[in-house]
Ligand binder design. Structure first.
Ligand code: FAD
Length: 496
């Protein structure tokens, strides 16, 4: 390390206090502030001079931590809450958002949580935690009202408020910090816009990126965009023809948003295209939900690659279908538009269609819809909204180390403790969250196993045996896919 670095070397271990963020924080404006629980995140004494390029870090003060989390969305926030309650210090979680917003570009007013609120940041590993959803209701004086309201499902807007409450009350979380680059020279050096921080271990939890199918690439703009940008762009849809591409939950929610606005602001017509043969429901039945238990995550990891691929394809509706309530709301909207409020907005359904081509046409786009091999339809839309899902990408800030990290397809290869297999020392680890569905199964991106996965990472960070939660192993002890030999699994997978 360069001799002219001023280094706050407080500790290399998890246990001693390294962040000290609870007791003395400095707001970015430079005013000293006691940053206790419940206060907004603020820049601590380790807030550093701007180092806009890596090399300019020489001269910056450094803080050495045991663990730096990149991102403080639900995945890393769960870990931050567990570390805060169990240890209190030794870790810092950086998020580019100043306040936590949960997928803000598609946070529609009526959207609901698709899982039980018990699958919050901590309850499934520690129901006694202060970071439970129930405690959030309690501390905000609305526990009784929540009960009386008898929601069928928690509104996503409320779950976002809960997440932001946890984000702001946790002193190990610092908002407004974008991680730009990470290097390794015996320690991990994490460069943000303002600082270079050092740590022994990293936990990457930055979520997924919008998936733009190749036929739409090159056309992205204000009249053709991904659904995750809808509320950022707020397109003027009045009197226009909108095409929604994608027949999953996001596509359904976009459709409801378009037809749910005030009459005078609705589009003239909507075409809703889905590759699937129909608009299919999410499988939320009890035995399917066994796939979202910790024991199944480990069983999935133990399967061969062909078995895992087959499993993901067979059970895709366990995570990618449309919730029952949303499907009903869509059907009721169609009913209203057809029979009660005719001529208001024409809605055309196009299931079983693939958009094989997209080209620019005046102010809009022309899409070629292909059904099967021969049946082709041309649709011209003023606005195209791609509800085409999300995908993994190896984060660009890991680029300097990319050739040291083991990768299959677009996933980093992980061990059972969610640490990446790499060529560095075994006691310097990079954990990744919500980035490995191909290795950990359908539950990887959603809230179901978030608390359990964070607990497993924490156990590994502390080098302790995984906590033995008394969790039953599930009623289905073995599925047929698990007993198929690889060639058969491959053949079955390709035939679906
Ligand atoms: C619209 C939508 C609705 C969903 N609804 C549900 C649901 O109802 N139930 C369910 O189980 N799952 C749902 N999911 C799945 C969802 O992915 C998870 O619930 C959850 O958001 C995953 O959390 P995460 O922390 O892994 O990722 P994210 O929530 O994406 O959080 C990642 C965080 O990383 C930060 N970040 C990214 N890059 C950087 C960087 N370079 N530096 C610093 N910070 C960075 C971001 O600001 C963000 O806060 C939904 C997903 C979407 C898109």
């Amino acid at each position: 390390m360069s001799a002219d670095l001023i280094t706050e070397r407080e500790s290399a271990g998890v246990t001693p206090d390294t962040t000290n963020a609870r007791t003395s924080c400095r707001k970015s404006g430079g005013v000293d502030d006691a940053c206790g629980e419940g206060k907004p995140n603020c820049h601590g004494p380790h807030s550093l001079r701007t180092a806009s390029v890596w090399e300019r870090s020489v001269g910056a003060r450094q803080l050495d931590l045991s663990c730096i989390g990149i991102g403080a969305g639900p995945s890393n926030l769960s870990l931050a809450c567990q570390i805060h309650e169990q240890i209190g210090h030794g870790a810092l979680f950086l998020d580019r958002q100043v306040d936590f917003r949960w997928h803000p570009g598609s946070a529609f007013d009526s959207s609901e949580l698709q899982v039980s609120h018990i699958k919050d940041l901590v309850t499934l590993v520690n129901p006694r935690s202060g970071y439970t959803f129930i405690n959030y209701l309690h501390e905000n004086g609305r526990l009784y009202h929540f009960l009386n309201a008898q929601f069928d499902a928690v509104l996503r807007a409320e779950f976002e408020q809960y997440l932001n409450w946890a984000f702001r009350r946790n002193p190990l979380v610092r908002g407004g910090e974008t991680v730009r680059e990470i290097r390794y020279d015996g320690e991990f050096r994490v460069r943000t816009d303002d600082a270079v921080l050092s740590a022994r271990d990293l936990v990457v939890g930055i979520g997924k990126q919008a998936r733009i199918p190749p036929q739409f690439q090159g056309w992205i703009g204000r009249n053709l965009f991904h659904s995750s940008d809808l509320l950022h762009i707020h397109p003027e849809v009045r009197h226009k023809h909108v095409c929604v591409v994608g027949g999953g939950q996001s596509g359904a929610e976009v459709l409801l948003h378009l037809v749910g606005g005030p009459r005078e602001r609705r589009p003239a017509s909507i075409t809703w295209v889905s590759q699937r043969e129909n608009y299919l429901p999410l499988d939320n039945s009890p035995f399917t939900n066994e796939l979202f238990m910790p024991c199944f995550s480990d069983r999935f990891a133990a399967m061969s690659e062909p078995q895992r691929k087959l499993f993901l394809r067979r059970f895709v509706l366990a995570s990618d279908g449309i919730s029952d309530r949303t499907l009903r709301a869509v059907y009721q909207a169609l009913y209203r538009h057809e029979f009660l409020e005719p001529d208001l907005c024409d809605i055309a359904l196009r299931p079983g269609c693939n958009v094989s081509r997209c080209i620019n046409a005046g102010a809009g786009h022309n899409l070629t819809l292909q059904r099967g091999l021969g049946d082709v339809e041309e649709v011209t839309a003023d606005i195209v909204i791609l509800a085409t899902g999300y995908e993994n990408a190896v984060p660009s800030f890991l680029e300097p180390m990319a050739d040291r990290l083991k990768q299959i397809d677009n996933e980093l290869v992980i061990d059972e403790d969610f640490s990446v297999c790499w060529d560095g020392p075994r006691d310097r680890r990079i954990f990744v969250q919500n980035a490995n569905p191909g290795q950990r199964g359908l539950a990887d991106p959603n809230l179901s196993l978030l608390a359990w996965r964070a607990r497993r990472i924490l156990d590994s960070l502390l080098q302790r045996a995984p906590c033995a939660n008394p969790v039953h192993s599930g009623f289905i002890s073995r599925t047929s896919v698990e007993s198929w030999p690889d060639p058969l699994a491959e053949e079955m997978g390709s035939g679906i």
